[in-house]
Design a binder for this molecule. Structure first.
Ligand code: SAH
Length: 360
């Protein structure tokens, strides 16, 4: 077996931490900024290719540091242009990231964990179980790999933390990733182009509310009563609808900004006109918009997708009450890249593997 690489992984570091690492190594601080630019502006991670650094410096960087990148194992392309990337991490674990073109922007859907611990009853990732958190290198690395694969490094793109995992269950790494992605000497992604989606980890939302760097917030609501939400999104047993909505009510929003509420429509479970009217009441005093997600059905998921008529009726009730509502088109369903369909072999071997096999 090869011994583990003990060199410090620069891909995990925010610019300030990288500068400190250079200073600690007796290297000039300003060199860190140059390396940071190579990684995030030009997509170069091989010190030998950093042509404005001298030969000696390149050699000593290579001795002390490394720059890890998730390995692209497989890519699937949907008829609708969506591309799903299977990436392998240093420990052999695998994650998926999705590129969704023209929605109307170019969007990267990024994972924050290997698997997920939230166990929502209608989500395939949940069926995998939870393996581990991703590091900042692995979160930002997905953006680097996708930007290179889609040739978008120099163009604007949106990032949604809506892949595998619950981003607020991996808070520190996700916030460090935000700072790396938005760093002006790197990719300089505008925070307005980043959306963090959470199932409602209330204490972490309270913490997020105090962050200087704020992504857009999306909340996976999915139900209008505690009884139903307890059943389909078990986190609700810990933080009730009232607690969650109260936190949303107090969440600081920039002018004109709103919280997106995602609502998976499950036939006969949470999709009645009564649910729609209750949703109107619940969101009454919140600056909200609603994104309806008709279920992407799958073997092993004990729910059905409602008919288009039912979806439209639900949407119409919200619209009649002046709530901005959109119905999410599922993109990439033919390659299992749509919402809630990301699954790779996970720790709950039998269940996850069986499902993954069924989906092939
Ligand atoms: N854990 C975070 C991030 C995942 S975002 C969250 O829950 O918000 C993925 C979105 O797809 C969530 O709103 C999730 O509830 C939704 N989803 C999961 N399974 C789905 C399915 N089978 N069909 C449609 N949407 C699904």
């Amino acid at each position: 077996m090869t011994p583990p690489d003990s060199r410090l992984d620069l891909a995990n570091l925010e610019l300030a931490a990288m500068e400190q690492a250079f200073v600690d190594a007796g290297l000039p601080k300003f060199r860190a900024r140059q390396v940071f630019r190579w990684i995030y502006r030009k997509g170069v991670t091989d010190f030998e290719r950093m042509s404005d650094l001298g030969r000696e410096l390149r050699a000593s960087l290579g001795e002390r540091f490394r720059i890890s990148t998730p390995a692209l194992v497989h890519e699937a392309r949907s008829v609708d242009g969506t591309r799903k990337f299977l990436l392998q991490l240093a420990d052999g674990k695998r994650i998926e990231s999705v590129f969704i073109p023209d929605t109307p922007k170019q969007t990267f859907c990024i994972s924050s964990q290997v698997g997920c611990a939230m166990d929502c009853d209608f989500c395939l990732t949940g069926k995998m179980g939870f393996a581990r958190n991703l590091t900042p290198a692995e979160i930002v690395g997905q953006v680097r790999v996708l930007a290179a694969a889609t040739d978008l490094r120099d163009k604007p793109f949106n990032i949604v933390l809506m892949g595998m995992g619950e981003p607020l269950h991996n808070y520190d790494a996700v916030m460090a990733s935000m700072r790396i992605l938005t760093e002006e000497h790197g990719m300089a992604v505008s925070p307005r182009r980043v959306t963090l989606s959470t199932v409602g980890v209330v204490p972490a939302m309270e913490k997020l509310a105090l962050e200087p760097l704020m992504p857009n917030l999306a909340v996976s609501l999915h139900a209008t009563t505690d009884a139903t939400r307890d059943r389909i999104a078990p986190i609700n047993r810990k933080y009730s609808l009232e607690q969650l909505l109260d936190t949303c009510r107090r969440f600081p929003l920039k002018r004109r900004n709103r919280i997106t509420f995602e609502y998976v429509l499950l036939d006969g479970v949470n999709d009645t006109p009564e649910d729609a009217r209750r949703l109107v009441r619940l969101l009454g005093d919140i600056k909200a918009k609603v994104n309806l997600l008709p279920l992407n059905a799958a073997p092993g998921i004990p729910y059905e997708r409602p008919s288009d008529d039912r979806v439209n009726t639900f949407a119409q009730i919200l619209a009649d009450h002046h709530i901005t509502v959109s119905v999410r088109k599922s993109r990439g369903r033919d390659i299992r890249a749509a919402c809630g369909q990301l699954i790779v072999e996970g720790p709950k071997k039998s269940a996850g593997k069986k499902l993954a096999a069924l989906m092939e």
